[in-house]
Design a binder for this molecule. Structure first.
Ligand code: APR
Length: 311
């Protein structure tokens, strides 16, 4: 198995590390900055004898060595600074992702694309448009991360193991995301029976601001440990054909009453990528929140189309 990771910054390098050290795949790390991917790959390769894994890792600036990749993870771009929303990255990261997808398409046109660069829903849209791939092979990582944040905050509230908490966040990867408290459980016990409503609402709000909270501490960049772990969860589901039910950003084709835009929904993830979109029976409030989130994503895509001269 081979995975190319584009962008050797915080998310990309941590993803590469987890992939090889977890024995999941050989990795090619690529970055536009001369020497950065090469240096980090060499450093990671030198840890292999200590950690005892056999995965190969190389780095470089060009894309030829990406040939034969099963999955390409795209983290290239700039990260948020305090006070910035993910949408503030639109022009810079939209242009970077456009260039990266074209480069990737030239060497591995059939590889599954996993987008990470923000604003996530729009970069997934760009990759979907440019790649010409079926929607099953183009997806974005956001829901796994947002859901993990939701689970972590529930575990902190209850002082229980995060391993026992299961929850789902749908919608766009931004302030309009849709955490689903009604579907959250601790070892099968509904969280709504364990946490009072006002505390649960505070957890929902903290989840929506989970990325910004970390940016406010780091000041010079955004989260990367949990994002990289989320990417690796999705890559593992694909490479091992696990058929995991996970949230992923994928173009909807009528599901949830939405069409032609990527947004976070539950999917079955396996060797073919997004093998199926799972439609939950949402109540009126959840449906309204998902629709509102979709409107926000549509507006940001329209902004991108204006910026890039597509409309
Ligand atoms: N091609 C390849 N790599 C690029 C390009 C490009 N055209 N443009 C920028 N990069 C690289 C940068 O050189 C840098 O090494 O992308 C890397 C980004 O790394 P960081 O600045 O550390 O950002 P990171 O925290 O990894 O976040 C990357 O993921 O979570 C999102 O919002 C986040 O959009 C951001 C992305």
């Amino acid at each position: 198995m081979k995975v190319t990771v584009v962008g050797a910054g915080n998310v990309g390098a941590t993803t590469a590390q987890r992939l090889v050290e977890g024995g999941l795949a050989d990795v090619y790390l690529v970055d536009v900055v001369e020497g950065l991917a090469r240096g980090k790959a060499l450093d990671l390769a030198q840890a292999a004898p200590i950690l005892g894994h056999s995965c190969r890792i190389e780095g470089g600036e060009s894309y030829e060595a990406a040939e034969g990749s099963d999955v390409v993870v795209i983290t290239a771009g700039i990260a948020r600074k305090p006070g910035m929303s993910r949408d503030d990255l639109l022009q810079t990261n939209g242009n970077i992702v456009t260039q990266v997808v074209e480069n990737v398409r030239a060497v591995c046109p059939d590889a599954i694309l996993l987008m990470v660069s923000n604003p996530l829903d729009v970069t997934t849209y760009i990759a979907q448009q440019l790649s010409g791939l079926p929607r099953s092979r183009v997806m974005g990582m956001a829901g796994v991360l947002d859901s993990a944040r939701f689970c972590a905050f529930i575990a902190m509230e209850l002082d229980c193991s995060p391993a026992d908490v299961s929850a789902m966040v749908l919608g766009g990867h931004g302030d309009s995301m849709v955490p689903l408290p009604r579907h959250a459980t601790v070892s099968g016990v509904p969280v709504t029976e364990l946490v009072p409503p006002e505390r649960l609402q505070a957890i929902v709000e903290r989840t929506r601001n989970g990325g910004a909270e970390i940016v406010s501490y780091l000041k010079t960049g955004s989260a990367f440990y949990a994002p990289a772990a989320s990417v690796v969860r999705m890559v593992a589901a694909i490479l091992r054909d696990e058929k995991r039910l996970l949230p992923a950003c994928v173009e909807l084709q009528g599901e949830y009453g939405l069409d032609g835009l990527p947004i976070g929904v539950p999917v079955i993830l396996g060797r073919e990528g997004v093998e199926r979109v799972v439609e939950l029976d949402l109540n009126a409030e959840e449906t309204a929140a998902l629709r509102a989130s979709a409107e926000h994503v549509r507006a940001t895509i329209a902004d991108w189309q204006r910026l890039s001269g597509l409309s």
